[in-house]
Design a protein around this ligand. Structure first.
Ligand code: B12
Length: 508
């Protein structure tokens, strides 16, 4: 009898890793069941209930599963992953393999909690593991696989990077009979994402840069000596996937390119813009970087439907250089904001706050920068979360500025303070500056007023008037955004559920 595999996605309906591994295994001829165990909710976590767990165990039992794969993308879900794995091993006697970003970062810890770890890119590893399990062969020496055999750990060298991304199948959005959704009272078959109006697309892997806080920083260490880490799919392959998406997403109105960095070579951009306009023609958004934005590329992409660019500016120039290994000047950022405004492409700037070893002067510099940026723009503020193994995390640990308890895997701050809001306890000065940063993206609030508030000694001690103003302005902007998304048909139920949290509203 052939091996049947179940893949469990923890707290995320959209899970590129799970869907990709499912496709790879189905292409190799295996029966695969995908279980979407709850979705993630902005700054809110619901413990799994007994009913949800028994339904999950029921699917594994009834479908005759022989191997369970679990995707642990973020460290905050490690605790649930451990709980489920123990139950599956003990009650069903099944081996469990973990994959996903976090387990690659935290290998030495995670390998003690499961039977197998698929470190890094797992397309080849998983197929080889399934083949050997089916054939009853030894599984302890597969590249990219760490094995825990009764407590003895086999740490195999990393496998090769997928050199040609076009050979990877599309994520599976077409199978319906072998997908299960378990979420509260909901227990249904079928894909939980097909009603989405936005398709999340990946046209590359990796990034051209190496910022010291980023997950890419860890992957670069894992894959050193394995060739080019930033890889891009061919335009034809990208367009073919978007056509596939259009077939299956009946409400599709927008594409979001979720690449760490949207491809940067001008020749690729030109070819893509031409093909996308002709073949797809939907509005789209990208993630980019101030170091690669070019006027002519933006003009081409705008003509093809680009209407939104998300971009990390992260911190003040000095902090970016000193702590993050990011080298761009404030002048460059202002120039980029001019280019985007000129082309009427909406900018979304991402900043990181709560950074150890920074001063009030750094906060003031960041405010000056945001005030110099051309409006309109959106602002996404993230709290610094430390991933195990980045250069930044190791630096802070070595200086005693943080402890292991502050690092993801132990620390689950991403559940309560991934995006910055005022629910976390902080010094008055920081609370004032958060309020002021959030005000910079409200075009109806004069910059002179924000600048003035930043210099008032009273507000530095008692920031509440600025906080009230900032939160009121944010509610207004969120309301307007919600209405315009509704009008454009972009607000799906899943999206609303994920982000609508009155106790901790997202700031934009
Ligand atoms: C896109 C993205 C999202 C999207 C996902 C959309 C989608 N359609 O999947 C959304 C917005 C939903 C999201 C949500 C979150 N994310 Co996120 N996300 C990413 C990002 C940028 C890319 C992930 C991705 O799709 N990569 C492409 C796929 C193909 O690669 P992959 O997932 O690694 O999968 C490969 C292997 O890992 C492996 N694999 C994966 N799963 C499995 C399972 C098995 C069984 C096997 C064998 C192998 C395997 O095989 C795959 C193919 O090689 C990563 C950064 C990164 N580089 O991973 C952050 C990242 C994973 N996210 C992160 C975080 C913190 C979150 C959130 C907690 C944020 C929040 N508070 O809302 C939530 C968590 C949701 C959850 N429950 O997991 C952190 C995790 C850090 C950590 N150690 O904790 C990362 C690293 C980004 C960062 N900020 O640095 N995320």
């Amino acid at each position: 009898m052939r091996l049947k595999i179940a893949l469990i996605s923890l707290y995320v309906f959209e899970n590129n890793g799970t869907r990709l591994i499912a496709s790879v295994l189905r292409n190799a001829g295996y029966e695969v069941h995908e279980i979407y165990f709850k979705d993630y909710l902005h700054h809110h976590f619901e413990e799994p209930t007994d009913l949800e767990i028994s339904r999950m165990m029921g699917v594994l039992r009834e479908q005759g599963i022989g191997l369970v794969g679990m995707s642990i993308r973020a460290g905050a879900y490690l605790r649930v992953g451990r709980q489920f794995t123990r139950m599956i091993q003990q009650e069903l006697g099944l081996p469990v393999i973990w994959g996903g970003a976090h387990i690659s970062f935290d290998r030495e810890v995670c390998i003690h909690d499961c039977d197998y770890l698929a470190v890094g890119e797992a397309e080849d590893t998983i197929v080889e593991l399934c083949r050997r399990l089916e054939a009853g062969e030894d599984t302890t020496d597969i590249p990219g696989l760490w094995v825990n055999k009764g407590g003895t750990i086999h740490r195999n060298p990393i496998g090769e990077l997928v050199d040609n991304l076009d050979r990877v199948p599309f994520r599976d959005y077409h199978s319906t009979d072998d997908k299960w959704v378990i979420d509260g009272k909901r227990f249904s078959k079928g894909d939980p994402c097909l009603n989405e109006s936005v398709y999340l697309m990946l046209s590359s892997r990796g990034c051209a840069f190496d910022c010291k806080f980023c997950d890419v920083n860890i992957y670069r260490q894992i894959y050193k000596d394995k060739g080019q880490y930033f890889r891009v799919r061919s335009v034809d392959n990208v367009i073919a996937e978007l056509k596939y998406a259009r077939e299956h997403f009946k409400n599709l109105v927008r594409v979001r390119f979720d690449d760490e960095l949207f491809p940067v070579k001008s020749a690729w951009v030109a070819e893509f813009a031409e093909a996308y306009k002709r073949e797809i023609g939907l509005p789209f958004e990208i993630l980019s970087d101030p170091r690669v934005i070019k006027d002519e590329d933006i003009a081409r992409l705008k003509d093809a439907g680009l209407d939104h660019v998300l971009m990390g500016i992260q911190a003040s120039e000095d902090v970016n250089r000193r702590l993050f290994g990011r080298y761009h000047t404030h002048e460059r950022l202002v120039e980029v904001s001019r280019i985007l405004t000129k082309h009427k492409v909406r900018a979304g700037y991402q900043i990181i706050l709560d950074i150890p070893e920074t001063t009030q002067k750094d906060s003031e510099d960041l405010l000056d920068l945001l005030l110099a940026m051309h409006r309109p723009f959106d602002l996404y503020s993230f709290s610094l979360n430390l991933w195990p193994g980045t250069e930044l995390t190791n630096y802070y640990l070595s200086k005693g500025l943080v402890t292991e308890n502050d690092v993801a895997g132990v620390c689950d701050k991403t559940l309560t303070q991934f995006r910055v809001d005022q629910t976390m306890d902080r010094p008055a000065f920081d609370r004032l500056f958060i309020a002021l940063y959030h005000l910079t993206s409200k075009s109806f609030v004069p910059k002179s007023l924000i600048r003035w508030m930043g210099t008032q000694p009273y507000l530095r001690e008692h920031p509440w008037p600025a906080i009230v103003l900032s939160e009121t302005a944010n509610f207004f902007k969120l309301g307007m955004l919600g209405l315009s998304m509704l009008r454009r048909g972009e607000l799906s139920w899943n999206m609303f559920r994920r982000f609508f949290n009155l106790k901790a509203p997202v700031s934009i």
